[in-house]
Design a protein around this ligand. Structure first.
Ligand code: OTU
Length: 646
C-alpha cells in the first residue's frame, strides 16, 4: 500500500460540505501518516545532527502552504483521494503544446477550448509559461521565476481564470516544474553574482577548477555541440558554476536544505494555482556526486520522494510526472522502490517504448520493440505511463545495448543506421529528420523532426508521390493507434493531429538556430484547421483518424491502466500484437503491421483467442466484419487493427 492509499483509508468517507476545521483535521492526518517517512528521507539527505531545526521549519512550512490553498482545490483533493488512481482512467487523452505557438496567449488558449473538445483532448501539457530571459532560454526551460507568468503569455490572473475554467470542464492541466536549474537571471543567481555567499551556496559554485575538474572526469555532456563542459565561469563573481544543460541554466545545489525548502514553496505555489500534474523536468540530474555520472543517484530518488510526500500532505490531488529520459530499467525506478514504492512519481514518460516505436518504423520489424517490452520491469500498481509518439525534444536512441546485440545487430552500427535512416543520409528513406547534438567523439547523436516528416509525409508531398502520402498517413495512424491503446495517458503532440511538417524557420532566429529541436515546435496551422471539413486532404484524413481513435479509446474501459496488458508472440517479425484485458468478452486485441508489404496472421490462432468466429472478425477502426481468406487474415502495409470479440 502506498501513502496515497493510506491517506484514502484514513480519510474515510468525506463529509458533505466539510468546513475549514475538518479540512485542517484531514491535513493533520496526512501529515501524521507521512511524518516518519518525511523525517527519514529528510535526515538521510540532511543529517539530523546539523539540520534538526530545519526539519521542524519544514513541518511549519507545510501548514502555511496548506493554508494558502483554495477551498475549491482542497475539496478537489479530497474527491481525488477518494476516487483513487484517477489518472489511470481510459478517459484521459492529452495534448502537449507551446502556448505562444499554438494560441499566442493564455487568453487565446481559452478560445481554443472547442478545438480540444472536438478532438477529444481533456489533458493539456502547456510548455513553460513562466518569466524567462529575453535571449536564448531553452523554450522557457530557463526560468526567471517559478510563479509568475511571462508577460508574453499574459497575466497571472489569466492563468487563474484558465485553471478554473479547466476545472469546470474537467480538463486536467500539466505544467512544468524546472526543478534542476534556474536561469542565470533568477533572483538567487543575481544575488550570487553580486557576491552573496548565501546565494552562491544555492548553486554549485567554485573559486577555481579543482572541484569542477574532478566532476568533469565522470559527468557526461547533455548538449555537447552547443554547451560543452558542465561548468561556466562567471567573471562577476569570479567563480565557476555548474551548468549541466546550457551555460545560462545554473544547476541548483540540493545538498543545501534551504534550496529544498525554497523549491518546495515554489512547487506548492504552482500546485495552488490549480495545476493537476506537475512535470518534474530533468529530475534524473537532481543530485551530483564527484566520481559518478550524477544521474539517477539514490539521493535524487529520495529527494523526489521527499517533494512527493510533502506535496501529498498539502495537496493530495496533485500528482507528479517524471521526466526521466534514461535507460529503461532506470525509468521505472522513478515510481519508487522498496519502502518508497508508489511514493515517488505517479507518472513517467514511456521513453523506451517511444524510441522502440521509431526503431520499428526504420527497421520495419518489431523485434527490439517486443524484446524491450518483455524486459520492462513491472511498475507499481498506483503508477502509470505517458505514452507518446513525439514531444518537443529529440528522440534519444536509449535502447539497451544488450537487446540490440541479442538480435545479432551491432549496437553502434545500429544506432548509426537509425540516424542515417531518419536524418536524410539514405536516398531510399522516406524520412526527413535532422540530427540533434551530434558528438563526433562518441559518434552519438539524437534525432529530431515532426512526426509527419519523420514518417515520410514531407518528402512524399515534395515528390508528389501519392503512394508515399498514403503510407505516411497510415504510419501516423499506426503509431498513434498503438499509443492510444497502450496502458497510460496518451499525449498528442500539437500539430501531429493535422500532420504538420518540419518548421525550418528557427534557422533564421539567432536565439534558436543552434538547437535543431525547434524543427518540431511549429506555429499551429489554423489555416489548415479551418479546412478540415474538406474531404480528401492529407490533413483531414490524419485528423479524422486521430479523432476516431480518441473517441474509440474513451469508450473502452478495458483501456484503463489496470495491469491488464498481454504481449503476444505473433510469430511474425513485422507485427506487434498485444491484448488489453484478460481475455474477457470486452478485451481488445491490437495488431500492427510495421512492414511496407502486406503480412498475414493465422486465423486459427485468432479464433482460439476469440477474435475470429466463423471466418469473421470485427475491427473497431475500420468498422464491419471482414472475411478471412484461406485461413489467413491479411494486413495491408502499415495496417492497424483494434479487434474486439464477436
Ligand atoms: C528536459 O529534457 C526538457 O524536456 C528539455 O526541453 C530541456 O532542454 C531540458 O530538460 C533542460 O531543462 O536533455 O534533450 O535525460 O534528456 O531531462 C532533452 C533527460 C534533455 C534529459 C531531459 C532533458
Amino acid at each position: 500500500m502506498n501513502q496515497a492509499a493510506i491517506h484514502r483509508a484514513l480519510q474515510g468517507h468525506i463529509q458533505k460540505d466539510p468546513g475549514a476545521a475538518e479540512l485542517k483535521r484531514l491535513f493533520e492526518k496526512r501529515l501524521a501518516a507521512n511524518f516518519t517517512l518525511l523525517q527519514s528521507l529528510f535526515f538521510s539527505l540532511y543529517p539530523e545532527s546539523a539540520h534538526r531545526e530545519t526539519f521542524f521549519r519544514l513541518q511549519d512550512q507545510l501548514y502555511s502552504l496548506f493554508k494558502k490553498r483554495s477551498r475549491d482545490l482542497k475539496l478537489q483533493d479530497l474527491r481525488r483521494l477518494e476516487e483513487g488512481n484517477w489518472y489511470q482512467s481510459e478517459k484521459w487523452v492529452g495534448m502537449q503544446l507551446y502556448v505562444d505557438r499554438f494560441s499566442g496567449t493564455l487568453k487565446g488558449l481559452e478560445e481554443k477550448l472547442p478545438y480540444f473538445e472536438k478532438l477529444g483532448i481533456n489533458f493539456l501539457h502547456l510548455m513553460p509559461i513562466n518569466k524567462r530571459p529575453k535571449g536564448p532560454n531553452d523554450g522557457g526551460y530557463a526560468v526567471n521565476s517559478y510563479t509568475e507568468v511571462d508577460p508574453a503569455f499574459g497575466q497571472d490572473r489569466d492563468l487563474a481564470r484558465l485553471t478554473s475554467s479547466f476545472r469546470e470542464k474537467g480538463i486536467c492541466l500539466m505544467l512544468d516544474f524546472v526543478v534542476n536549474h534556474t536561469s542565470d537571471e533568477f533572483a538567487w543567481a543575481k544575488r550570487a553574482r553580486k557576491g552573496d555567499s548565501e546565494f552562491q551556496a544555492y548553486y554549485y559554485t567554485y573559486p577555481d577548477r579543482s572541484i569542477p575538474d574532478l566532476f568533469e572526469e565522470s559527468l557526461p555532456e547533455v548538449f555537447p555541440e552547443t554547451s560543452p563542459g558542465n561548468f561556466t565561469y562567471i567573471p562577476e563573481m569570479q567563480r565557476w558554476v555548474m551548468t549541466v544543460f546550457n551555460t545560462y541554466q545554473w544547476d541548483l545545489n540540493y545538498t543545501n536544505p534551504r534550496v529544498f525548502l525554497s523549491m518546495l514553496e515554489n512547487l506548492v505555489e504552482l500546485a495552488n494555482k490549480g495545476v493537476d500534474v506537475v512535470r518534474f523536468d530533468a529530475l534524473a540530474f537532481l543530485w551530483k556526486k564527484i566520481g559518478t555520472d550524477s544521474q539517477n543517484l539514490p539521493e535524487a530518488h529520495r529527494l523526489v520522494s521527499l517533494f512527493r510526500l510533502c506535496l501529498q500532505v498539502v495537496a493530495p490531488g496533485v500528482i507528479i510526472l517524471a521526466e526521466a529520459i534514461v535507460a529503461p530499467h532506470e525509468i521505472v525506478r522513478y515510481f519508487g522502490e522498496g519502502a518508497l514504492e508508489g511514493n515517488e512519481c505517479e507518472i513517467a514518460y514511456n521513453a523506451t517504448f517511444m524510441a522502440c516505436l521509431w526503431n520499428s518504423v526504420a527497421t520495419k520489424k518489431t523485434l527490439l520493440l517486443n524484446r524491450s517490452l518483455r524486459a520492462m520491469p513491472p511498475k507499481p500498481d498506483p503508477c502509470t505511463w505517458i505514452n507518446y509518439v513525439r514531444c518537443h525534444d529529440d528522440i534519444g536512441l536509449g535502447f539497451d545495448d544488450a537487446h540490440i546485440a541479442a538480435l545479432g545487430w551491432d549496437p553502434g552500427l545500429h544506432r548509426r543506421f537509425l540516424l542515417d535512416y531518419f536524418c536524410q543520409r539514405l536516398d531510399w528513406s522516406p524520412a526527413k529528420g535532422a540530427v540533434f547534438m551530434y558528438n563526433p567523439l562518441t559518434g552519438d547523436g539524437r534525432i529530431t523532426g515532426s512526426t509527419a516528416s519523420l514518417l515520410g509525409l514531407e518528402k512524399a508531398l515534395e515528390e508528389h508521390n501519392a503512394a508515399g502520402i498514403t503510407d505516411a498517413i497510415s504510419k501516423i495512424g499506426l503509431l498513434y493507434g498503438i499509443v492510444f491503446a497502450s496502458p497510460g495517458i496518451p499525449l498528442v503532440y500539437a500539430g501531429d493531429e493535422i500532420g504538420m511538417l518540419n518548421d525550418y524557420s528557427y534557422r533564421g532566429d539567432p536565439d534558436k538556430s543552434d538547437d535543431s529541436r525547434w524543427i518540431n515546435r511549429p506555429v499551429h496551422d489554423w489555416e489548415t484547421v479551418s479546412h478540415l471539413e474538406k474531404e480528401g486532404t492529407h490533413a483531414s484524413e490524419i485528423y479524422r483518424n486521430i479523432q476516431k481513435l480518441i473517441s474509440l479509446r474513451k469508450e473502452l474501459p478495458i483501456l484503463a491502466d489496470q495491469d491488464n496488458t498481454r504481449l503476444h508472440d505473433a510469430g511474425n517479425e513485422h507485427l506487434l500484437v498485444f491484448e488489453r484485458g484478460s481475455g474477457e468478452a470486452d478485451s481488445l486485441l491490437v495488431v500492427a503491421n510495421f512492414d511496407s508489404s502486406a503480412q498475414v496472421l493465422n486465423a486459427s490462432w485468432l479464433t482460439a483467442l476469440g477474435y475470429v468466429k466463423n471466418g469473421e472478425y470485427r475491427n473497431l477502426i475500420d468498422e464491419g466484419s471482414k472475411g478471412i481468406r484461406s485461413g489467413l487474415l491479411e494486413l495491408p502495409p502499415y495496417e492497424l487493427l483494434w479487434l474486439v470479440k464477436i
